[in-house]
Design a protein around this ligand. Structure first.
Ligand SMILES: Nc1ncnc2c1ncn2[C@@H]1O[C@H](COP(=O)(O)OP(=O)(O)O)[C@@H](O)[C@H]1O
Ligand SMILES: [Mg+2]
Length: 258
């Protein structure tokens, strides 16, 4: 099981899009995926609820700092991945998710505002690390990148973040109409009609490369990559690779729109 928290203190940086792409691709590889929608807007859960039962993607909403660890304990299963879609609020819920995840993924568009939002998340991560004396696996993912040219602002932002020592996922999320259309229609990028959506094959290839790089980043971190709060989360008799005995299904009542 991998827990991925997608965060940026700037709205519109591509968090929910990144969550949907990773969920789609990880589910296609055979895992169950649960989207923990930590944003009161509930857009990720709304998308997940329209993916259908065959997609292996479900969502949980109404998450609070007090219930996040309980959800992770309950959902803990080796063949399941959890992706938390955070709001832009730099609050306790974001701190909890960053402290519990195996990878904090920070989407950044080529804009100074997004870079500032990313740096705010980085500062929160560093604060948690200093207090917990532990490391949090984190990486930037460039989002909404023009597929034809690297703009000057994108290069500036990338260099600024690299200067701050931030790791970067090699595959950026390219600007694609398909990545907007998947929110307008029901289903995933694998069920959209290629005749109606331009460059669907390229969008799928981009999503596959992204998921590969993200999982490689988590694996490189090894088991020690679990965030500093993970030990607290799982210490009550549930080993990280053991499923919960009875209560391991995502709560259907909480699946928005289901
Ligand atoms: N790679 C992309 N290609 C096309 N549109 C995108 C892409 N990434 C984000 N968008 C669009 O940008 C807007 C903000 O993205 P979103 O993922 O909702 O950001 P956040 O969750 O950080 O607020 C949405 O309208 C979304 O459809
Ligand atoms: Mg969002």
């Amino acid at each position: 099981m991998a827990v991925i928290a997608v965060a940026n203190a700037k709205g519109g940086s591509g968090k929910t899009t990144t969550v949907a792409l990773l969920a789609t691709e990880l589910a296609r590889s055979g895992a169950e995926v649960v989207v923990l929608d930590c944003d009161p807007l509930g857009l990720a859960a709304d998308w997940a609820s329209r993916c259908g039962p065959d997609s292996r993607i479900t969502a949980v909403t109404d998450i609070t700092p007090g219930t996040l660890a309980d959800h992770l304990r309950r959902l803990n299963r080796p063949d399941r991945h959890i992706i938390a879609d955070l709001s832009a609020a730099r609050d306790t819920l974001m701190a909890m998710a960053l402290g519990l995840c195996d990878l904090a993924l920070i989407p950044v568009q080529g804009s100074a505002l997004d870079a500032r939002g990313a740096i705010q998340v980085l500062e929160l991560i560093q604060c948690i690390e200093a207090n917990a004396r532990a490391h949090i696996n984190r990486a930037i993912v460039l989002s909404r990148v023009n597929p034809l040219v690297a703009t000057r602002s994108l290069r500036t932002v990338r260099d600024l973040l690299l200067l701050r020592g931030m790791a970067m996922i090699e595959t950026p999320v390219v600007e694609r109409g398909a990545f907007r259309e998947m929110f307008e229609r029901s289903g995933t990028l694998y069920t959209l009609d290629a005749g109606q959506v331009r460059n669907l094959d390229r969008a799928q290839a981009n999503m596959q490369a992204l998921a590969r790089d993200v999982m490689a980043r988590i694996e490189r971190g090894g088991r020690d990559a679990h965030g500093p709060f993970a030990q607290l989360c799982y210490q009550h008799g549930i080993a990280t690779d053991e499923p919960c005995a009875n209560d391991d299904e995502p709560s259907r009542q909480r699946v928005k729109g289901a």
